[in-house]
Design a binder for this molecule. Structure first.
Ligand code: FES
Length: 266
């Protein structure tokens, strides 16, 4: 299994071009082919060092990642003492919403829908959309496929009392998506994950959208480091066959790992 799949990062400043020598590892058991350039001294080679990016695996291996090739994750979650203080003005979001000055990007709406009858036999999706329009003044709505798949069961779980989660468009003129539907009134629970994907680190916060509190924060080194320390190296790596997919895959793995940690902190 490649190291990044186990969240083991190896420094790779040049993105696997074989020129930086930062990806040195020690092959303790097993055999590899290649992986030796002028970046390694005679002593290094005798000790079993290899450049991970150039070594082709020829058997099962036991590999030691020396400290100089590792990234140190422990420094990421240290709370730094702020150098400056910022003033925060508390705003009444409900008031701003009423004045049309603030539109939450993700919002839950509670609905009590009438049950279908032979005279009122609207399809479930149409019933949901028309009541969101009538009761909450929501327009230009699109229902996502996972919602369509479960809407019929959810509506009947709590006598047609449901909560719909709406994701509003970033650009005006686009449509609002109904991204979830839950039985009953769950408007008092609304959470979001904010993610900052940086070149070096990926930070994430679990936010309570009702109170605005950050409930948990975690950081990870961006797994893409293993494919290039700087953006240019990663652009070059992305051009290789399968490179772009790999960069995408590792950053998604990063985000999922952070979400798991945040879930686990409750
Ligand atoms: S030499 Fe292996 S990543 Fe640079």
């Amino acid at each position: 299994m490649p190291p990044w799949k186990q969240a083991v990062h190896i420094n790779a400043s040049c993105g696997g071009e074989g020129v930086c020598g930062k990806c040195r590892v020690i092959i303790e058991h097993g055999s590899v082919e290649g992986g030796i350039t002028e970046k390694l001294s005679k002593e290094d080679i005798e000790k079993g060092y290899s450049q991970a990016c150039l070594a082709a695996v020829r058997s099962d291996l036991v590999v030691r990642i020396p400290v100089e090739s590792e990234v140190d994750i422990s420094v990421l979650n240290l709370q730094k003492t702020p150098r400056r203080k910022a003033k925060i003005w508390e705003m009444n979001l409900e008031e701003l919403k009423e004045k049309g000055l603030f539109m939450p990007p993700v919002e839950k709406k509670y609905l009590e829908l009438p049950e279908p009858t032979p005279q009122d036999n609207l399809p479930d999706v149409t019933r949901l959309i028309s009541f969101l329009k009538a009761k909450h003044d929501e327009h230009r709505l699109v229902v996502q496929l996972p919602v369509i798949r479960k809407i019929s069961d959810i509506l009947r779980t709590d006598d047609f009392r449901v909560t719909a989660t709406l994701a509003r468009p970033v650009h005006s003129g686009r449509k609002t998506h109904i991204i979830n539907i839950q039985p009953g009134d769950t408007t008092d629970r609304n959470y979001a994950i904010a993610v900052d994907i940086g070149t070096t680190t990926v930070y994430s916060q679990l936010i309570d959208l009702i109170t605005g509190d950050a409930l948990a924060s975690y950081g990870e080194y961006n797994g893409q480091i293993s494919y290039g320390e700087d953006i240019i190296s990663r652009i070059i790596f992305a051009d290789k066959p399968g490179g772009l997919e790999k960069l995408h895959e590792v950053v998604i793995a990063n985000i999922n790992q952070l979400i798991k940690k945040e879930q686990g902190s409750f």
